[in-house]
Each structure stands twice: as structure tokens, then as C-alpha cells.
Design a protein around this ligand. Structure first.
Ligand code: PGA
Length: 256
């Protein structure tokens, strides 16, 4: 099954001002304006989402970095998937390691994922181990993350879901981080595909699996060609319009 590749930029809590966010988004939009074969998503902080929907581009979809599981009600400080969809977001990242560090559990992610699907958003489910131990315990950890986060999800929803494999030890914000290789990515992508096939059967083929963890314009080609994935999730590199556009261009070239 040929799947359109996807590049998702995770801006995290950047940039500091709306003005800078609009400038960066405008530059990214200009840089990717000739894209044909790649889906492009930018996930800015909540606060900028609505303003960025006003910047004209037919190439980029917007995503949020989190969403609350419920819809309306007494949930101080939360933002629901329904609100995000209504404002123009079409994707939502869930279960990012930086949220899990703050206490988010697989059960929380599962509830959020169901809420996102019910609202029409594409969930980008982030999974990944903190360390790679010699006994390969990281496989069982990722398996558990997948099973618990996808509990009760119907086969018919699968084509909307993207799984992002993000080894925490390779993410740019991790202290003493190490580079992951395309082999690390491919090994886990195959494993994730197997878990999904065991659980859902052949419908699992429709799920996109992408890689994130300090991916940049220099190693994007290697990850896309040899990493067994359908796309990438750059964080730091997505804050530089030229670097991000270059990653998209590499993806385009490989998709031709
Ligand atoms: P990074 O971030 O590319 O800066 O490592 C990726 C992520 O955390 O999603």
C-alpha cells in the first residue's frame, strides 16, 4: 500500500511571540509552496493556532500539541479536541514524552485519542522508550504503550491515526542525548507494524508510522529511505523555516 508521506513540525513552546510565530509560519508556507506529494502539518502552541489559520496556504494543515479528553464542561485550564477542530486544527499530537514526563499515563492518552477521533482530528500518537537497555525491554515498553493507548479503537478509525516513534534518548531536549540511526527506526517501525497487525489485522497497514528525535535536514533522507517510516516529526529543525522546507523537499524528491 502506497501511503502519502507526512512531515509534522512540533514547535513545542516556541516561538515566544505571536509576531514571530506568524513570521515563521509565513516563511514555512512560502518554502513549501510547491509541494505536491507530501502532507505537511505544523503544531504550534495552542495560543497561535487561530491566528495561523488566517495565513493563506493550501499546503499546510495545523495541529495541536495536546487536547483534553472531554468536550465541554468544568475542566479548568483544558482545551478540548472539539474546540481545536472548530478553530481549524486537523491533527493533534498525543502522548508526547514531554507530556508523559509531567505525569500523563497511557490511560490518559487513550481517552484523549478517543476524544480526538470523535471530533474529527487525526491523532499523532507518540510512543518511545527512555533508554535502550541490553535486554531489549524497550520493545515490551513500546508494545504496552501501543496496546494501552489504542485500547477500544475500532479498525475503521485506523487510517486516521499516525504513530510517531520518538526514542526519548534521541530527542533534542534530552540531556546527554544520543543520535538514533535509521536502523534503530526501521527495527522499531517493523515491530510497531507487527503489534498493529496482531491487534487489527490487515487494516493495520493503513496506519502511518513516522520517526521523530532530532531529525534534521542532514539525516532526513537516511531516515526516510532506510528508517522504514512514512514520514518524520522534527522538533528543533521545524523552528527554522529553511531547514523544515528542506526536509519537506527531500521527502518530495523521494516520493516521486
Ligand atoms: P526534536 O523534537 O526534533 O527537537 O528532537 C522532536 C520531538 O520531541 O517531537
Amino acid at each position: 500500500m502506497i501511503k502519502k508521506k507526512i512531515i509534522i513540525g512540533n514547535w513545542k513552546m516556541n516561538p515566544l511571540t505571536l509576531k514571530e510565530a506568524e513570521k515563521l509560519y509565513g516563511e514555512v508556507a512560502a518554502g513549501v509552496s510547491r509541494t505536491k506529494n507530501t502532507d505537511i502539518v505544523i503544531c504550534p502552541p495552542f495560543l497561535y493556532l487561530e491566528k495561523l489559520t488566517k495565513i493563506r496556504t493550501s499546503k499546510i494543515k495545523l495541529g495541536a500539541q495536546d487536547a483534553f479528553a472531554g468536550d465541554v464542561g468544568a475542566f479548568t485550564g483544558e482545551v478540548s479536541s472539539e474546540m481545536l477542530y472548530e478553530i481549524g486544527a486537523r491533527y493533534v499530537m498525543l502522548g508526547h514524552s514531554e507530556k508523559r514526563t509531567l505525569g500523563e499515563s497511557n490511560i490518559d492518552v487513550n481517552k484523549k485519542l478517543k476524544g480526538a477521533l470523535a471530533s474529527g482530528l487525526h491523532p499523532v500518537l507518540c510512543v518511545g522508550e527512555t533508554v535502550r537497555d541490553e535486554n531489549h525491554g524497550y520493545f515490551s515498553l513500546v508494545k504496552m504503550q501501543l496496546e494501552e493507548c489504542l485500547k477500544g479503537i475500532s479498525k475503521s478509525s485506523l487510517s486516521k491515526i499516525i504513530i510517531a516513534y520518538e526514542p526519548v534518548w534521541a530527542i533534542s531536549s534530552t540531556q546527554n542525548r544520543k543520535d538514533a540511526t535509521a536502523d534503530d527506526s526501521r527495527e522499531m517501525a517493523i515491530f510497531i507494524r507487527k503489534i498493529l497487525s496482531d491487534k487489527f489485522g490487515k487494516e493495520a497497514q493503513s496506519v502511518k508510522i513516522i520517526y521523530g528525535g532530532s531529525v534534521n535536514e542532514r539525516d532526513a533522507e537516511d531516515f526516510l529511505s532506510n528508517g522504514g517510516v512514512d514520514g518524520l516529526l522534527p522538533g528543533r529543525a521545524s523552528l527554522d523555516a529553511k531547514k523544515f522546507a528542506k526536509i519537506v523537499e527531500i521527502c518530495e524528491t523521494l516520493s516521486r
